[in-house]
Design a protein around this ligand. Structure first.
Ligand code: F6P
Length: 499
């Protein structure tokens, strides 16, 4: 079996979808609901603690069956199998893509098992206070130094699961902007702070500059032998990490089959593991692993990532929607969108197909959004009455973690009201004043989950990882490289060297 490389626009399904689009482009979803009262109950997927209502989309059963034909014609099933088999599907970098292996808890690769065990021991030592800093005091603060995938994933998860956190304060330094470091350092006591230097390559300019500045700050009052008590590393590059001053036994490995933006499940998640404890970290992995099984094994008709991906393609390539908004109704997920932006846009922002040809169709949706209800008072005006078609994912949780029922009812009332308002607008209402008329017919998915637990968060993240993979397969692009960011890095280095 070879990795498929089929131009989607040349398939029979694409041709049929184009024809179908001409029938669908003017159809109002309110009419679809009126003509088919069972729609709401039929267009829903139930899985574990998830309920995904996709009925508020500009689709019919025919749309779904044509999209499924498209998935079959581009050989999605084969692509999924090849990815999970460890085949080197990241061909432009000659690498396998196996971040799923980091969370396959019943079937762990020996090196992953060993690393998880080390993470467990390490985090327990830090949390219990067994690990002592240079003056014999326990660690109170952890600073993760990294950027991109070595920052966004762990930072998002740590904040998302802060309800489950212990006494440790976790900070993230990413930007090469010195003010970012200065603001962070001014809150810290060097005797009780641990720095985790996270860089898969250990060559990233921002991370190395930040690490050196922080080491200088540490050495202002500390001495070189103490570096190993306050600096640990996560990298594939042991040589450079040890020459920085980190002891080899304090370097956690990561492997070339884990892409940076998919690495939060590895030792890149060490700051998260210290914050919530190993048990919760393992639950996060478990939730992702459950979603992996669902994705690999479930029929397309009830497969959450596949369905979300195909519906998104329907909007991107036929309705020509350029962006998608993701709106989680929980303050804990405030960093979810920036995290998703890297995962999705670094993966699918590609204009050359898997045959090396430039594409003449749209790929890579732009992802944006923020938490509800704040977003309602910021950019929702444009969603409701603007001229652009912007599909939305609403993510909500039935239970509030702190159990504040009054606030949670308010929050969830807004959660449900928004998708309804986008759907119906002022449909069939006589509105005299145009300024107060709403076209409605704005699509959304409603993803309702019982509560924000480590396990459910793992499943949510994995759901989007698989969604982006499916889109990359249909678009016939390589989702796992990121050559696009290299040119900027090179030019910045040239500019520095010419000074
Ligand atoms: O510049 C993009 C990138 O390569 C990301 O893909 C990656 O997550 C980030 O830089 C950081 O890389 P590293 O972990 O090697 O420092």
């Amino acid at each position: 079996m070879s990795f498929p490389s089929i131009n989607p626009t040349k398939t029979e399904a694409w041709r049929k979808l184009q024809q179908h689009f001409s029938e669908m482009k003017k159809v109002h979803m309110m009419d679809l609901f009126k003509d088919d009262p069972a729609r709401e109950n039929r267009m829903i997927m139930e899985w574990n603690n998830f309920q995904v209502d996709f009925s508020k989309n500009r689709i019919t059963d025919k749309t779904l069956s044509l999209l499924t034909e498209l998935a079959e014609e581009v050989k999605l099933k084969e692509a999924i199998q090849l990815q999970f088999s460890g085949e080197k599907i990241n061909k432009t970098e000659d690498r396998a893509v196996l971040h799923m292996a980091l969370r396959d808890l019943d079937n762990l690769k020996p090196e992953v098992k060993k690393t998880l065990y080390r993470m467990e021991q390490f985090s327990e030592n830090i949390i219990s206070g067994n690990w002592k800093g240079c003056s014999g005091k326990a660690i109170t603060d952890i600073v993760n130094i990294g950027i991109g995938g070595s920052d966004l994933g762990p930072k998002m998860v740590t904040e998302a699961l802060s309800y489950y956190k212990n006494h440790l304060q976790i900070h993230y330094v990413s930007n090469v902007d010195g003010d970012h470091i200065s603001e962070t350092l001014k809150k810290l006591n060097r005797e009780t702070t641990l720095f985790i230097l996270v860089s898969k390559t250990f060559t990233t300019q921002e991370t190395l500059a930040n690490a050196l500045t922080i080491k200088e700050w540490f050495l202002e009052k500390g001495n070189a032998q103490d570096v190993s008590k306050h600096f640990v590393g996560v990298s594939t590059n042991i040589k450079d990490a040890t020459s920085f001053g980190i002891s080899e036994e304090n370097i956690f490995p990561i492997w070339d089959w884990v892409g940076g933006r998919f690495s939060l499940w590895s030792a890149v998640g060490l700051s998260t593991c210290c914050s919530i404890g190993y048990q919760h970290f393992e639950e996060l992995l478990q939730g992702a692993n459950d979603m992996d099984h669902h994705f690999k094994e479930e029929d397309y008709s009830n497969n959450i990532p596949v369905k979300l991906a195909l519906i998104s393609i329907w909007y991107a390539n036929f309705f020509k929607a350029e962006t998608e908004a993701v709106i989680p109704y929980t303050q804990y997920l405030e960093k979810f969108v920036p995290y998703l932006q890297q995962a999705i846009m670094e993966s699918n922002g590609k204009g050359v197909d898997r045959n090396g040809e430039f594409v003449d169709y749209q790929t890579g949706t732009i992802i944006w959004g923020n938490v509800g209800t704040n977003a309602q008072h910021a950019f929702f005006q444009l969603l409701h009455q603007g001229t652009k078609l912007i599909p939305v994912d609403f993510i909500g949780f039935s239970e509030s973690l702190h159990g504040n029922k009054k606030h949670h009812s308010l929050l969830m009332a807004n959660f449900f009201a928004q998708s309804q308002a986008l759907l119906q607008g002022t449909y069939e209402k006589e509105v005299i004043d145009n300024f107060k008329s709403f076209e409605g017919n704005k699509p959304s998915n409603t993803i309702l989950i019982n509560k924000l637990s480590p396990k459910n968060l793992g499943s949510i993240i994995a759901m989007y990882e698989h969604k982006l993979f499916v889109q990359g397969i249909v678009w016939n692009i390589f989702s796992y490289d990121q050559w696009g960011v290299e040119l900027g890095k090179k030019l910045a280095n040239q500019a520095l060297n010419s000074d």
